[in-house]
Design a protein around this ligand. Structure first.
Ligand SMILES: C[S@@+](CC[C@H](N)C(=O)[O-])C[C@H]1O[C@@H](n2cnc3c(N)ncnc32)[C@H](O)[C@@H]1O
Ligand code: SF4
Length: 471
């Protein structure tokens, strides 16, 4: 997923009145989803990337890295290249057939970025989490994948229980590559299915036959990854509830540990490639909702827990367990189980996330290379967060998104109260006032609208809605 904008997503800790079982969440009735369908941020950070400014750049990152710290880190590595363009794609990617010709300079640049980072840190740091996203990380051949892994190991100590995950395009992958990834140390893998129906695949210029998808899952299972995720998109051209059933049946058969069920973000104004899609072919909102509802019903019946709005995990998977135990966390990569780790992002558009600093690298590959050639960290924009009130809002939004419950001092949240009461009247929240405090519990139906609920606590959203639509 794009590291910058569209990152992805959870269940709850035991909340009074809600059984913390694997039964998952009931979906909000269609009418409610339609009623609340407006653009809202995904809250992979607060404040969101929309608040970043060019006034915060490499200097701020220099200072941050120079701050002594000992805790293990999470590292995100962006690999922007793709062999061909899928027309729906909103990720930050570069379509090229040049292979190693573009990869070699890219690996040199990543090496340079890692050197600059290490040089600024007072001590060598450990990595507890590593994620390669894109674009298409498996655009790299086996030797390049190995080089990149070794590059990272030169700069960081990899913890013995490192959680290492990678996104792969199933069209490009073969058995040997899967074996290489596992041997290097990746223990989590994700691949995009999007839709299994040949007509839908043709309409978005991403044709991966079902047999290849089955083979890929078979190769992954042979080498025992800890967890396998698949991506699906709901709302693609020519999708209908009947056709989408083919995709759902395939998912039932493949039984991945996790499923990301994205709602298609159709933004042809901002993403020119999406103009290749015939708008008249897009399913309407009701069809989309029916597909989401069908998916939700089937997945819950098959042993998955609903983890927030667009993620599912087998109830035995660590994400579902963390959700039940109330130990989920959320960062630019979406929901994670690793606690509140500082996140370092390398590669174009990658975002680094510290308590007091959010910083994003240059989007444009040329500018990214230029900064590195000048010996500078390639930060394009960012945000420093020092204001106590903003930090408190962040903690609140984080608790809502991950624990689905907050307890508020009533006197300080009078502005929000009317909105919360309206959401409660629609069955999305349970409110209880006691001793000057307001206990807010998100209902199972409310979890589908968790972004809308979180937005109540975001003053910027009260002024101007922004983000992506819910359905
Ligand atoms: C970086 S890609 C995954 C790895 C690999 N490139 C692939 O395509 O299989 C991230 C995921 O973002 C999702 N995605 C991309 N564009 C989207 C859009 N416009 N709306 C919703 N989801 C989108 C797709 O499900 C895609 O698999
Ligand atoms: S391969 Fe993945 S990142 Fe590349 S265009 Fe397709 S969906 Fe986007």
């Amino acid at each position: 997923m794009p590291a910058s904008t569209t990152t992805l997503h959870p269940i709850s800790p035991p909340v009074e009145g809600l059984p913390a079982t694997s039964s998952g969440s009931a979906m909000a009735p269609l009418e409610l989803l339609l009623k609340y369908d407006r653009p809202v941020p995904r809250y992979t950070s607060y404040p969101t990337a929309a608040a970043f400014s060019a006034a915060v750049g490499a200097d701020a990152m220099d200072r941050q890295l120079a701050t002594p710290a000992n805790a293990p880190l999470s590292l995100y590595v962006h690999v922007p290249f793709c062999r061909h363009a899928c027309w729906y794609c909103g990720c930050n990617r570069i379509t090229t057939q040049l292979g190693s010709t573009v990869v070699a300079p890219y690996l040199r640049a990543l090496g340079r970025e890692l050197e600059l980072i290490s040089a600024r840190m007072p001590q060598r740091r450990r990595l507890a989490q590593l994620h390669w996203g894109g674009g298409t990380p498996n655009y790299l051949n086996n030797s390049e994948l190995t080089q990149l892994w070794e590059l990272i190991a030169q700069h960081f100590d990899l913890e013995p229980d490192l959680e290492a995950s990678i996104e792969v395009n199933p069209e490009l992958v073969d058995r040997e590559q899967i074996q290489t990834l596992r041997r290097l140390g990746f223990n989590r893998i994700s691949f995009g299915i999007q839709d299994a129906d040949p007509q839908v695949q043709a309409a978005v210029n991403r044709v991966v036959p079902v047999d290849q998808l089955r083979r890929v899952m078979g190769w992954i299972r042979e080498v025992d990854f800890r967890s396998v995720n698949v991506d699906l998109i709901c709302g693609l051209p020519l999708q209908t509830p009947e056709r989408f059933q083919t995709t759902l049946e395939l998912v039932r058969e493949l039984r991945p540990d996790r499923i990301s069920l994205f709602s298609f973000a159709y933004l042809p104004e901002q993403l020119p490639m999406q103009r290749q899609i015939t708008a008249a072919d897009l399913p309407d909102q009701r069809q989309r909702l029916t597909m989401l509802e069908n998916a939700n019903r089937l997945l819950l019946r098959c042993g998955y827990d609903a983890i927030g709005m667009d993620h599912y995990a087998l109830s035995t998977d660590s994400l579902a367990i963390a959700a039940r135990q109330g130990s989920l966390h959320r960062n630019f990569q979406g929901y994670t189980t690793g606690g509140e780790l500082e996140l370092l992002g390398v590669g174009p558009t990658a975002i680094s996330q510290f308590r007091h600093l959010l910083a994003q690298n240059h989007r444009d590959l040329k500018s990214y290379y230029q900064a590195l050639e000048q010996g500078e960290l390639p930060v394009e924009r960012g945000l420093e967060v020092r204001d106590q009130e903003v930090l408190e809002r962040r903690a609140l939004i984080q608790a809502l998104m991950c624990q689905f419950a907050v307890n508020l001092p009533l006197a300080e949240f009078q502005t929000e109260l009317a909105d919360l009461q309206a959401l409660a009247a629609d069955g999305l929240l349970q409110l209880e006032q006691r001793n000057g405090r307001l206990e807010v519990n998100v209902t199972r139906e409310g979890r589908w609208l968790i972004r809308t609920i979180a937005a109540v606590f975001d003053p910027l959203q009260r002024l101007q809605a922004s983000g992506s639509r819910l359905v």
